[in-house]
Design a protein around this ligand. Structure first.
Ligand SMILES: Cc1ncc(COP(=O)(O)O)c(C=O)c1O
Length: 411
């Protein structure tokens, strides 16, 4: 067995499992366990684990050269951007800023909204409106725009006080935007379906119509954070396709690299990019690393050629039905919701206890909720799209057993 005693930065707490490999929907530990990955890592591994194709593409890209500064193009960067703009992004989204993850992408999108307003001659517009609840990453900028009690705790003095709107109340959105003065607002950042902060909360059509209309009317840049719900996770290419939301900017990460490489991308509509003139966003050193671009192109190719997004939609219906049948009336379950391979189970007990109890049954589900209203405690069930029916049933039944065990121990 490997020694993980110094793995974590802080010495307290339990030692984590040591993973030595993965295949399909399973992860293997150094002590011989086979863990059923019910949440694709951090809702990342859309194509499942152990695929040799992304590794081969990354290896070839590395062998061809090495690091190239992000202001220069490479074949692999251009190939990925071409695939994204021609096959994945909506019509009119023909420019992409490559990053190396979700937080870099949402943070860059915030800078893009500000840069757009500067280019339009509006230096007084700097606020980015966020929603409650939400999570957009772990930079101080993205923590500030988001509303996640657990992630903000202790850092509040370091956070810019951006305006927040409720996740579901259109009238309150109108009120906040008017109160803040639209002439000071640069952008609006929102997950079309709220992932870990809300365990798959979806707002009404009326909400998205109101948000889209307000943003259009006041020329506020509407940014869809599709880091978790994009790249097929909900059974369509993008989460916002389930809603009337019409974003100007689409932010992605996680599933784009499929967990094989750190990757993220910010795409914007022509309306936004045409206004920029020659104003570029400053890059991060490892933006669009060649090996990551090559591997991501292959991840997208696998999703396309194996029709895995369609599979996520079809099997997602079964996952939802099974979760509702098994857990819908459980005393520790407040709600089950979601679509595609993207489900949240809202809990009446601590998420950490459920994650620990499921792990004892060799199942991993993702802890969710913010520790505060409206969704204090939850777990996400979001396996790789290659999961089969028997494995889905296994995930649901192990989660049910874990909840039964916790319920039985309660006074
Ligand atoms: C909606 C959303 N946005 C942004 C991020 C940040 O992505 P990353 O952890 O890759 O920086 C996450 C991560 O979970 C996320 O769920």
């Amino acid at each position: 067995m490997l020694d993980a005693s110094r793995y974590t930065l802080a010495p307290g707490g339990d030692h984590p499992p040591v993973i030595v490999g993965g295949q399909g929907v399973y992860l293997y530990t150094d002590d011989g366990r086979r863990i059923l990955d019910g949440c694709a890592g951090a809702i990342v591994g859309n194509i499942g684990w152990g695929r040799p194709e992304p590794a081969a593409a990354a290896q070839q890209a590395m062998a061809e050269g090495g690091y190239v500064v992000p202001i220069w193009a490479t074949r692999h960067r251009l190939d990925l951007i071409e695939r994204l703009t021609e096959r994945w992004l909506p019509e009119g989204f023909d420019r992409v800023f490559l990053t190396s993850g979700g937080s870099e992408s949402t943070d860059s999108a915030m800078r893009l909204a500000r840069t757009y307003q500067l280019a339009m001659g509006r230096p007084e517009r700097w606020k980015i409106v966020g929603r409650h609840p939400s999570f957009h990453g772990m930079t101080l900028g993205t923590i500030a725009v988001a509303s996640h009690a657990g992630r903000r705790a202790g850092f509040e003095p370091m956070l810019v006080d951006f305006p927040k709107v409720p996740w579901d109340d259109p009238a309150a959105v109108v009120e906040v935007i008017e109160r803040e003065d639209p002439g000071t607002i640069a952008g609006f950042l929102a997950e079309p379906i709220i992932g870990a902060a809300g365990a798959c909360l979806s707002a009404s059509d009326e909400y998205w119509e109101t948000v889209t209309d307000l943003c259009r009317r006041h020329d506020i840049v509407l940014m869809a954070d599709e880091v978790m719900c994009g790249y097929g996770r909900t059974g369509t290419t993008w989460g916002h396709q389930h809603t009337p939301m019409e974003p100007d900017v689409i932010v992605g990460g996680k599933g784009l690299g499929g967990g094989y490489v750190p990757m993220g991308a910010v795409a914007a509509s022509r309306r936004i990019t045409d206004a920029l003139g020659s104003r570029q966003l400053m890059f991060f050193t490892f933006c669009g690393a060649d090996a990551a671009c090559a591997a991501s192109s292959v991840v997208l190719d696998i999703l396309e050629s194996e029709q895995l997004v369609e599979r996520a939609a079809t099997l997602g219906t079964r996952l939802g039905a099974a979760l509702r049948a098994e857990l819908g009336n459980h005393s520790l379950v407040a709600d089950v919701r979601g679509r595609g391979m993207f489900y949240g189970v809202e809990l009446r007990c601590p998420a950490a206890a459920v994650v620990a109890e499921t792990l004892r049954r060799d199942l991993f589900v993702y802890p969710a909720g913010t520790g505060a209203d409206p969704v204090p405690q939850a777990v996400m069930v979001a396996p790789p799209f290659v999961v089969d029916e028997a494995e889905l049933d296994d995930i649901v039944s192990r989660l049910g057993d874990a909840l039964d065990e916790i319920a039985a121990r309660r006074p």
